[in-house]
Design a protein around this ligand. Structure first.
Ligand SMILES: Cc1cc2nc3c(=O)[nH]c(=O)nc-3n(C[C@H](O)[C@H](O)[C@H](O)COP(=O)(O)OP(=O)(O)OC[C@H]3O[C@@H](n4cnc5c(N)ncnc54)[C@H](O)[C@@H]3O)c2cc1C
Length: 441
């Protein structure tokens, strides 16, 4: 009987394992992958520096000064990643590449929304997420946790009669049961543990999107310090194709991220974007080096992430995703919660309070941002170009957040309401209709 079983050794589960082990708990960490240093579910791997993003501000202190024309911080053992709200600090040994400017282009490439801070204040750092998770795991192992790699938990049961939780697992074809007093479900967006426990029953399902990311060499005009999105149907997709920074071992490759849907397969969109779109010229001599994929699913978040002896943390309880720092925070707080519960205190209740007030997707109004602020295909390419032309000469604050960035764009556009009404009643009418939706309605 373990004090706590944690399913999933992503950033949430691995950080929770460290926290629980430091409190002297007997921890089982169950992970279906054999090697956590290799990311199998695509992630663009940026440490996001927005202030008060997901209820916290991440601080990254490079251990060596940035070097070379792209200000890359090489491998070193002195990089520090800190949470300013929750107080944890992690040493990160991998390299870092700063993202200094974010551009969203319209169909007409002469207009864009530009996000940036004053010189050399990054919006985010591209990092090696697999390396970081491996470091966390190594730390947890050194603290004496029992690690079960290559093991899938396929069913969870909570006895609620004092006998704790039963986890049915399979590893290399062998089935066995892990028993623990408490369970942390940190199995990521697929949320199978929550599903098995019946906790997903009331979660509204919105949509899913298949994503393909291609790390490419030889992309013209590529800048590792930029994050660029292309908004318009002329680029082939309802979701903006994005070009970000290459992987930690090859910051010189571009990361082309294409988001599809049931009708638009990502690889077909990739073909269109790189061969027929207004930026096809960038890819004339480019080569696909590696390709990765994932599916993002949008479920309403778990407003009550705990049930009996079980607590769901990180992406397992989220609307789409909590991001790595959100996952690290969830893991950190969950360790406290488990220790309190084992001490007879309402730790899961406390965790739930923090969860609800920390992540803004738990606020019903967030749907206004995700649907009410959408640009394509609601507006035509020409209309998006007009709206972006209102941002000419403006530098928006260096926000990365998928919630804050559209707010900043629309905040700037709304400064021109009178002009839009006069010049573009067609856009004004659409805008009025669009920006009044909420999750409840
Ligand atoms: C396209 C895309 C881009 C992203 N870009 C960024 C970014 O730039 N920056 C950022 O911070 N975040 C980004 N994210 C989000 C980030 O990847 C997640 O929010 C974060 O990894 C969540 O951490 P987690 O520990 O909750 O889950 P995960 O990282 O998903 O970890 C879950 C773990 O559980 C294991 N597991 C799953 N099921 C089982 C099972 N049944 N039994 C045993 N083990 C199991 C998995 O193998 C995995 O190791 C991105 C996500 C997507 C989809």
């Amino acid at each position: 009987m373990f004090d706590v079983a944690i399913v999933g050794a992503g950033p949430a589960g691995a950080h929770a394992a460290i926290g629980c082990a430091r409190k002297g708990l007997k921890v089982a960490l169950i992970e279906k992958r054999h090697d956590v240093s290799k990311i199998t579910r695509y992630c663009s791997e940026h440490l996001i520096l927005d202030e008060n993003y997901n209820g916290d501000t991440l601080i990254v202190e490079p251990g060596l000064p940035p070097q070379g024309p792209n200000s890359i911080v090489p491998y070193n053992k002195k990089n520090k990643i800190r949470s300013s709200r929750f107080g944890w600090e992690i040493e990160y040994h991998g390299p870092l590449c700063p993202c200094l400017d974010k551009y969203y282009y319209s169909a007409d490439l002469s207009h864009n929304a530009h996000f940036s801070w004053p010189p050399f204040r990054p919006l985010a750092w591209k990092y090696d997420k697999g390396g970081l998770v491996q470091q966390l795991l190594d730390q947890a192992l050194a603290l004496g946790i029992e690690y079960m790699p290559g093991t899938t938990c396929y069913e969870a049961r909570d006895s609620r009669n004092g006998e704790g939780v039963y986890l049915k697992c399979v590893s290399a074809g062998k089935r066995f049961v892990v028993r623990a007093k408490k369970l942390l479900g940190a199995d990521g967006a697929s949320a199978q543990i929550a599903q098995s426990l019946g906790m997903n029953a009331d979660r509204m399902y919105f949509t899913h999107a298949p994503v393909v990311a291609l790390y490419m060499s030889g992309v013209k005009d590529y800048n590792p310090n930029h994050w660029v999105g292309y908004w318009g149907l002329c680029y082939g997709s309802h979701y903006a194709p994005l070009i970000g920074t290459g992987p930690h071992e090859h910051f010189d490759w571009a990361d082309l991220i294409v988001i599809g849907n049931d009708k638009q397969r990502p690889l077909e969109l990739f073909e269109y974007f790189t061969k027929k779109s207004p930026v096809a010229w960038k890819f004339a001599d480019a080569k696909v080096e590696t390709m990765h994929s994932c599916t993002t699913k949008a479920f309403a978040p778990l407003k009550q992430p705990c049930s009996g002896n079980c607590l769901m943390i990180g992406d397992a309880a989220a609307f789409v995703e909590v991001q790595a720092q959100g996952a690290l925070n969830c893991g950190w707080c969950a360790a406290d919660a488990v220790a309190q519960e084992l001490d007879g205190k309402p730790g899961f209740e406390e965790y739930t309070k923090t969860w609800l007030e920390t992540f803004e997707f738990n606020d019903d109004g967030m749907m206004q941002v995700t649907t009410g602020y959408a640009l394509i295909p609601y507006y035509t390419d020409e209309q998006v170009t007009y709206l972006f032309s209102l941002l000419d000469g403006v530098t928006l604050n260096g926000s990365w957040s998928q919630y804050q960035s559209p707010r900043l764009i629309w905040g700037e556009i709304h400064k021109h309401d009178e002009r839009i009404q006069k010049e573009r009643p067609d856009i004004w009418e659409k805008l009025q209709k669009q920006q009044a939706r909420t999750l409840g309605s």
